[in-house]
Design a protein around this ligand. Structure first.
Ligand SMILES: CC(C)(COP(=O)(O)OP(=O)(O)OC[C@H]1O[C@@H](n2cnc3c(N)ncnc32)[C@H](O)[C@@H]1OP(=O)(O)O)[C@@H](O)C(=O)NCCC(=O)NCCS
Length: 168
C-alpha cells in the first residue's frame, strides 16, 4: 500500500468514493462542507486500487487542521492508520500543532480507533447532528452503528506536541 496527496487526476475516483461513503457533503459544527473542495491523502494498492481517503481542512491561522473525512474500503487492514500517519507527518512539516475531528455518538469504532492513535475527547456537542439533520442534511440517518440513535457530535483532538502514539 502507498499513501500520497490527492491530485487532480484522482478527482473522479475520489468523488465516487466519497459518494459511496455518503460523505460528498459533510454537516458538522452547524456547517455544510464539501470534502472534494479540500486537500486529501489517498491510500492505494500496488495495482493502483483506491483503499482509503482522508480529507482535511487546515484553518486560516495555519496552526490547526481538521480531519474532515476518513474512510477505508476494507476495515482493519491498516489503511486508516497509514492515512493518519501521513496526515500527522504533513501536519508536523507544516507547523500544525492541533489536529481535530468530529465524529458522531454512534461511531464507537472510530472513537476507539482515534484514541488508540493519541487523540483525546475534546468536546461533546449534544444534539448537533439532530440540528444538522433538520437544517442542513436531511438524509443523515436516524440510526447508526450498532442501532444507536445518531444525535450528538463528539470532538476529538490531538496535540502534535504530545508523544506520538507509537512512542507511548
Ligand atoms: C475508522 C476507520 C477509518 C479505521 O480505519 P482502518 O483501516 O479500519 O483501521 P486500521 O486497520 O488501521 O486499524 C484497525 C484497528 O482496529 C482494530 N480492530 C480490528 N478489528 C476490529 C473490530 N472488529 N472492531 C474494532 N476494532 C478492530 C485493529 O486491531 C486495530 O487496532 P489497534 O488500535 O490496536 O492497532 C475505518 O474503519 C472506516 O472507514 N470506518 C468507517 C468510516 C468511519 O467511521 N470513519 C471515521 C469517522 S470520522
Amino acid at each position: 500500500m502507498r499513501v500520497r496527496r490527492r491530485t487532480d487526476a484522482d478527482l473522479a475516483a475520489v468523488r465516487a468514493f466519497l459518494a459511496e461513503n455518503h460523505s460528498d457533503r459533510v454537516a458538522r459544527r452547524g456547517e455544510l462542507l464539501h470534502p472534494l473542495e479540500h486537500p486529501a491523502f489517498v491510500a492505494e494498492s500496488e495495482e493502483g486500487r483506491l483503499l482509503g481517503v482522508l480529507t482535511y481542512v487546515p484553518d486560516e491561522t495555519g496552526r490547526q487542521c481538521e480531519i474532515l473525512t476518513l474512510h477505508t474500503t476494507e476495515q482493519w487492514h491498516g489503511t486508516g492508520t497509514a492515512l493518519i500517519e501521513a496526515m500527522e507527518r504533513w501536519a508536523a512539516e507544516h507547523g500544525i500543532d492541533r489536529l481535530w475531528l468530529i465524529t458522531t455518538n454512534d461511531n464507537v469504532d472510530a472513537v476507539r480507533f482515534y484514541q488508540r492513535r493519541g487523540f483525546r475527547l475534546a468536546a461533546l456537542h449534544r444534539d448537533a447532528v439532530t440540528e444538522s439533520r433538520a437544517r442542513l442534511k436531511p438524509e443523515i440517518p436516524l440510526t447508526g452503528e450498532y442501532g444507536i440513535p445518531i444525535r450528538d457530535e463528539l470532538e476529538l483532538d490531538r496535540s502534535l506536541g504530545d508523544a506520538g502514539w507509537r512512542d507511548r
